[in-house]
Design a protein around this ligand. Structure first.
Ligand SMILES: Nc1nc2c(ncn2[C@@H]2O[C@H](COP(=O)(O)OP(=O)(O)OP(=O)(O)O)[C@@H](O)[C@H]2O)c(=O)[nH]1
Ligand SMILES: [Mg+2]
Length: 370
């Protein structure tokens, strides 16, 4: 059956169901779209949702054509003297709208988010948090993946609000946190993934997500208490590789969190704990705040590798040029007076390979101490 004919019959079925049950009938795409519409807050998210609606409206046009035919063919007749049918006009208007939305989105992104993200990435290590969405509204089973909750637990940011809503987070947002060595890191919260979402819906969000996935490290949060945890994992990995073409290297270095372990029974928890390290899983409960320190340490370890950062100690003249330089270009995590030389101060510093090279050039006689 041709695509056009398929949509015509599909729309006919919707209409008959609506007339029969006297309630509106929505498919999965439309339900998700409506939830997106309710949750979109930023202008970027609103434009992305409006763009995602276009393919849906386009598919409904075929049904419209049939409906108009039912009513005597007025819908497919020519408008005025233009020779253009009503269906063609609507299709053309949708195309114009699609073009306008794409342009608006492009210019908004060029000026804001994408450039902001790449600029920030150069200065501060970034961690993107991804995972299945929290789908409490659609299914009778509660799915609480906990991306936002994990970021809240790691950063202590009070303004973050984890919610029992499907797609509670639609905007990519950034939150600053400190890792064990006091390295400042930005955690990027992202829209959740869900199985069987038509590609068009993902594509509307792809640019923002792909930008988020350029982060130095990706953290995948899983809801271990969910009976369908395995399929959810596959959906997330498929979305990352197939729809968002995330870099292989990033995926190989991805940190996987098994969240919500407080909801597991004692036997299940024991079994999971015994296999966690061999499965590369970090078990957490954001509610009970367990396992978070290990996650922080692992994130820091990966970031140090990816960003080629090292922890070094320097003994330098107190209040001197060297100290000012290190404070400006590196992360100084500790400072104390040198007990053997009161004229000097000891600094513990997280420094990149590139910055160390520049430091040596600026102060050739100064070397880190052991
Ligand atoms: N019991 C339990 N509940 C949790 C845990 N982590 C998160 N939750 C709850 O799960 C719900 C959803 O959490 P969120 O952090 O908003 O989930 P999300 O992955 O960001 O969801 P979306 O933004 O919709 O994709 C909230 O009610 C949280 O309180 C956990 O470790 N244990
Ligand atoms: Mg969220």
């Amino acid at each position: 059956m041709g695509k056009k004919l398929f949509f015509i019959y599909l729309n006919l079925i919707y209409r008959q169901l609506e007339e029969g049950f006297k309630v509106p009938v929505y498919d999965r795409y439309n339900v998700v779209l409506q939830i997106f519409q309710q949750h979109a807050q930023s202008q970027v998210a609103k434009l992305q949702v409006a763009l995602a609606e276009i393919p849906y409206l386009r598919s409904r046009l075929h049904g419209l054509a049939l409906g108009d035919l039912d009513r005597g063919g007025g819908g497919v007749g020519a408008i005025g003297g233009s020779g253009e049918t009503l269906l063609e006009t609507r299709r053309r208007l949708l195309e114009i709208r699609e073009g306008k939305l794409k342009n608006a989105l492009e210019s908004l992104k060029r000026h804001r988010q994408v450039t902001r993200m790449s600029r920030i990435r150069e200065q501060v290590p970034t961690v993107a948090v991804v995972g299945y969405t929290n789908a409490a509204l659609i299914w009778p089973i509660l799915i609480v993946t906990g991306k936002t909750s994990l970021i809240k637990a790691l950063t202590g940011e009070k303004s973050l609000e984890p919610k029992d809503h499907l797609f509670a987070t639609l905007d990519v947002t950034m939150h600053s946190g400190l890792l064990p060595s006091r390295l400042t890191t930005l955690f990027v919260d992202t829209v959740g993934f869900i199985a069987d979402i038509p590609l068009a819906l993902i594509q509307a969000f792809a640019a923002t997500l792909e930008d988020a996935l350029m982060a130095d490290v990706i953290v995948h949060v899983r809801d271990m208490s969910h009976p369908d945890a395995k399929n959810q994992e596959r959906t997330v990995l498929d979305t990352l590789t197939k729809s968002l073409s995330a870099e292989r290297k990033k995926l190989d270095g991805m940190i996987t969190i098994g969240n919500k372990i407080d909801c597991l029974g004692p036997n299940e928890l024991e079994e999971m704990k015994s296999t966690a390290s061999q499965n590369g899983l970090f078990l957490t409960s954001c509610i009970n705040r367990t396992g978070l320190e290990e996650v922080r340490e692992e994130i820091e370890k990966r970031l140090m590798e990816v960003k080629e950062l090292a922890v070094l100690h320097f003994s330098i003249p107190a209040g001197g040029e060297e100290a000012r330089w290190l404070y400006k270009y590196c992360t100084v995590t500790e400072e104390f007076l040198n007990p053997e030389d009161s004229q000097k101060t000891c600094l513990k510093v997280i420094i990149s390979k590139a910055s160390l090279g520049r430091f040596h050039k600026a102060f050739p006689l100064l070397h880190p101490i052991l």
